[in-house]
Design a protein around this ligand. Structure first.
Ligand SMILES: Cc1cc2nc3c(=O)[nH]c(=O)nc-3n(C[C@H](O)[C@H](O)[C@H](O)COP(=O)(O)O)c2cc1C
Ligand code: SF4
Ligand code: SF4
Length: 250
């Protein structure tokens, strides 16, 4: 089973490609997280967890979801992490998680996909995004080959910088960068509620037909990138930037 979390579609794209090639199904973890449904993955087939990295680690909400779900001990777990440039040493935490859950850690696959973090950086245009995705396909195909043969993903070389990024730099990032106070909405808002529906943490409420952001945000960029009228801005950082949405995997 392929279980994924995705803010703007890159990880969903990868999850669907993996599931289709393995003849398996892709399950969206956001459905469980949003509705507070306890998840059970009790099939013997390998579990493949797919998500973006946020600050060179798996997003906390997806990590907590895996930590809480019911998984058969002894099962194999593969991790596929999508990123804009690199995943640092994200595998370390996932290996520890597998040990806690008594499942077999089969490695982490780094898949470079288009950058989606418009609260911090510009995102690539459509043409560049297509090129990045086409470069990711052979990486995914190799990963699918490993899963199909039940071989571990190849070991990654980890530098001191990778270790720093996925440890204390991540702590600083989570503490000081991830916040929802700069989100605002302008008069292009038509009150459709899509931002609130998409928020995996139910962090957005509609008040008098307009969204209001609470404090429980993971910076997934789903609200700002999927607003049909581009009425959402993140302070001044997102002004004039393209909203990123990955095309669906076909
Ligand atoms: C909050 C946040 C943090 C991110 N941190 C990193 C990072 O540490 N390294 C990196 O290469 N990309 C980083 N990115 C880029 C995403 O990991 C990348 O674009 C990913 O494929 C998005 O996946 P999604 O479309 O499934 O949400 C970050 C994006 C966001 C929104
Ligand atoms: S998705 Fe956009 S238009 Fe719809 S309610 Fe949210 S901000 Fe308004
Ligand atoms: S408020 Fe927006 S960026 Fe924050 S978790 Fe919800 S959808 Fe994602």
């Amino acid at each position: 089973m392929v279980i994924y979390f995705s803010g703007t579609g890159n990880s969903r794209y990868c999850a669907r490609m993996i599931a289709q090639n393995l003849g398996d199904r892709a399950v969206d973890a956001a459905r469980y997280i949003k509705e507070y449904i306890p998840a059970e993955f009790t099939a013997e087939a390998p579990l493949v967890f797919v998500s973006p990295v946020y600050g060179w680690r798996m997003p906390k909400l997806f990590y907590d979801f895996i930590a809480c779900c019911d998984i058969v001990a002894g099962n194999d777990a593969y991790f596929v992490l999508t990123c804009g440039s690199d995943i640092g040493n994200a595998g370390k935490q996932l290996k520890e998680l597998c040990a806690q859950k008594r499942i077999n850690y089969r490695g982490v696959l780094e898949v470079v996909m288009p950058e989606n973090y418009i609260a911090m950086f510009p995102v690539p245009n459509e043409e560049k995004s297509e090129k990045i995705i086409s470069k990711a396909l052979p990486v995914l195909e190799k990963g699918i080959g490993c899963i199909a043969q039940r071989k571990p993903f190849p070991e990654r070389r980890i530098s001191l910088l990778d270790k720093a990024k996925s440890s204390f730099v991540n702590d600083i990032f989570c503490r000081y960068i991830i916040k929802s106070s700069p989100f605002r909405v302008d008069d292009r808002c038509i009150g459709c509620g899509k931002c609130a529906d998409l928020c995996p943490l139910n962090n957005i409420e509609l008040k008098d037909g307009k969204p209001v952001w609470n404090k429980d945000c993971t910076h997934c960029m789903a609200c700002i990138c999927h607003c049909p009228t581009e009425a959402i801005e993140y302070g001044r950082k997102s002004v004039g930037k393209r909203r990123y949405r990955c095309p669906e995997y076909k």
